[in-house]
Design a protein. Structure first.
Length: 294
């Protein structure tokens, strides 16, 4: 693995760390399998890219992408809590609808951002540093660190505890006077906002937004969560957030190493196969640890 691949794995790992945090919020905190994530990721990319091409400041374009992502999460929650749709069906419906929405936003299957100003170029210009691999990672690292710290603090507040209680036992939460419908809406809003932010950053750092770039996003996020939990023992919320980020980076390193090792006879088209094997091994690790310890 050369330096370009090394920094690229860290770069992509940090981006998918945001996706992993979103998956963690919906799946682990709320116990809500939200499949709309596969549509929210390209929604963030499509919104951000379209606004940047239209001449909007990249920071404002990124914020707009996050807002739209949060709104998509609210729609999923509304379908589940008010229309009584099955959780899986709610996510599938929103994911399906977002494919057309994303196409409408972009007006075409993909949008290139070559030559357009992004938050990374703005960051490098403000610090008067070269636009290299290391300096592209820094703003993502800073952003992920700040958001991870803020989310950790939020989940320890009264509202955050109510959110966690709703996911743990909705009936008991209602008995304690918690509006579980609002908590589900808030949780899915935050979850999809994180995913949309990941999509917006992905589009800017890779220089394009594509209508199909959300395929498998949920699997990638889930893989990062499972791998992270297998690596880091989860005793606190802060540990879980760190595990999501570490898991995403480790996952990208494993994928890059496997696909660049000629001895494994793997091709770039084997990405989903490697992902499935990695997730399966990660899910077996806790049982293997118990078996070894016993």
């Amino acid at each position: 693995m050369n330096s370009f691949q090394f920094f690229g794995a860290i770069e992509q790992g940090l981006i998918y760390g945001l996706v992993a945090i979103g998956v963690y919020l919906s799946l682990r905190i709320l116990d809500f399998p939200d499949l709309s994530i596969d549509g929210t990721f390209p929604l963030g990319a499509a919104t951000c890219a379209s606004l940047i091409v239209a001449g909007l400041n990249p920071i404002h374009a990124t914020i707009a992408a996050v807002i739209l992502g949060g709104m998509a999460g609210l729609i999923t929650a509304w379908l589940s809590t008010h229309l009584r749709f099955i959780n899986l069906l709610s996510g599938i419906l929103v994911m399906t609808a977002l494919y057309s929405v994303n196409f409408r936003i972009m007006g075409r299957p993909n949008i290139p951002l070559l030559g357009e100003s992004t938050i990374f170029e703005t960051f490098c210009l403000s610090l008067k540093v070269p636009f290299g691999a290391f300096w592209r990672i820094m703003p993502i690292f800073i952003l992920v660190t700040i958001l991870g710290f803020a989310l950790n603090r939020f989940l320890k507040t009264d509202v955050g505890l109510a959110l966690r209680a709703t996911g743990n036992n909705a009936r008991m939460a209602r008995a304690q006077g918690i509006n579980d419908k609002r908590m589900i809406g808030l949780g899915l809003c935050l979850s999809n906002a994180f995913v949309a932010l990941g999509g917006a950053i992905f589009a800017q750092i890779n220089g394009f937004a594509d209508i199909t770039m959300g395929v498998g996003t949920l699997i990638y996020g889930l893989a990062a969560v499972i791998v992270g939990e297998a690596i880091i023992p989860i005793k606190k919320i802060s540990h879980a957030i760190i595990a999501c980020i570490i898991g995403a980076i480790f996952y990208k390193f494993v994928i890059a190493t496997a696909l660049n090792a000629g001895g494994f006879f793997l091709l770039s088209t084997d990405l989903n196969l490697v992902t499935a094997i990695l997730v399966g091994v990660a899910m077996l690790l806790p049982d293997l640890k118990k078996a070894i310890q016993s």
